[in-house]
Design a protein around this ligand. Structure first.
Ligand code: ADE
Ligand code: ZN
Length: 336
């Protein structure tokens, strides 16, 4: 079931569940726990931050208002319902053993709750969702290894990947190789944030030391032609989040964003929203604005969704179903 007939179905591979909490939902949570969150928001009621460090700390303050299993179920249900309402058929979210700990929840309770929210949204709208356990790089290699170990020790049918987020400029990639090895041996799909604040060397490090099939962002690979060729040759998929990159100052505006050049060079690119309310975006907005900025037509948008499906960390049966939904929508497009 797609909620927006006539739209090319959309799919997202890169969204942090704690970063998907809207200001409205956070205000409801603050009231529930009788917390003062005025410093979280600006005069317009939007998240108040001004650089990557203040973004990360505000992100943690907002996340701190999700404390019970039901809070987390509500968070994932709300996000996946919003995604479906924008015509998405699939979404993957980064989940964080570290944030479960900060909330005082066991990782199993946290995962079950998020899974419950995903299943409620699926029941309502047919949207499929999966989770990617994530280590935080600036918490250090031991913490990331523990996140991988916890992911492996606490399986969940919807938890199908492992990744690393946080400040990619911290720690040599070799320090995190063991964490990825642990996750790989358990059969999890692998992705890593790189090429956002770090340059081409950071992307190369993720490929050399982590063995990932996807890179979160990866856009700064454009600065190195050999690396762009490597991404094409090794069929690496980039989880591109244009509004996030502009909001965090990686690029001055969307017109200067390299997604179109990467695509033209043959790199498999996809569209995602990262931490949508922090960056004033949604997956729908990413699809619509790329059309406006780069003149993409429906077929290019369908290519984005097809790339997401191909690189998704879900089973082949689910992939086939998603691809069929996309093919059906494509067949219904008016002939050009
Ligand atoms: N965690 C949440 N959003 C992030 C981003 N854009 N980069 C790195 N880590 C993150
Ligand atoms: Zn991210």
């Amino acid at each position: 079931m797609i909620e927006n007939p006539g739209l090319i179905p959309r799919a997202e591979l890169h969204c942090h569940i704690e970063g998907a909490a809207t200001p409205d939902l956070v205000r409801v949570q603050a009231e529930k726990y009788n917390e003062d969150v005025s410093r979280l928001f600006d005069d317009n009621g939007d998240y108040n931050w001004h650089d990557f460090s203040t973004f990360l700390s505000q992100y943690d303050v907002a996340a701190g208002l999700f404390r019970s299993a039901e809070d987390y179920a509500l968070l994932s249900e709300t996000y996946f319902r919003m995604l479906a309402a924008e015509g998405a058929i699939y979404g993957e979210v980064f989940v964080s053993p570290d944030h479960a700990k900060l909330a005082g929840l066991s990782y199993a309770t946290y995962l079950d709750a998020l899974g419950e929210g995903i299943m409620r949204a699926r029941q309502a709208n047919g949207i499929e969702g999966r989770m990617i356990a994530t280590g935080v790089r600036h918490f250090g290699e031991k913490s990331v290894e523990m996140a991988a170990q916890e992911a492996v020790n606490t399986p969940h049918p919807l938890m199908t990947g492992f990744g690393i987020a946080g400040d990619e400029r911290q720690g040599h990639p070799a320090n995190f190789a063991k964490a990825f090895q642990i996750a790989k041996e358990a059969g999890l799909g692998l992705t890593a944030h790189a090429g956002e604040f770090g340059g081409p060397e950071s992307v190369r490090g993720a490929l050399d030391f982590f063995g990932v099939s996807r890179i979160g962002h990866g856009v700064r690979a454009i600065e190195d032609a050999d690396l762009v060729r490597r991404l094409v040759d090794e069929e690496i998929t980039l989880e591109v989040c244009p509004h996030s990159n502009v909001s965090l100052g990686v690029y001055e505006n969307l017109r200067f964003h390299p997604i179109n050049r990467l695509r033209q060079a043959g790199v498999k690119v996809t569209l995602s929203s990262d931490d949508p309310p922090f960056f004033h975006t949604t997956l729908g907005k990413e699809y619509v604005q790329m059309t406006e900025v780069f003149g993409w037509d429906q077929l290019v948008l369908a290519e984005m969704t097809a790339n997401s499906i191909a690189a998704a960390f879900c089973d082949d049966t689910t992939k086939a179903k998603l691809q069929e939904q996309l093919d059906t929508a494509l067949a219904a497009l008016p002939q050009q």
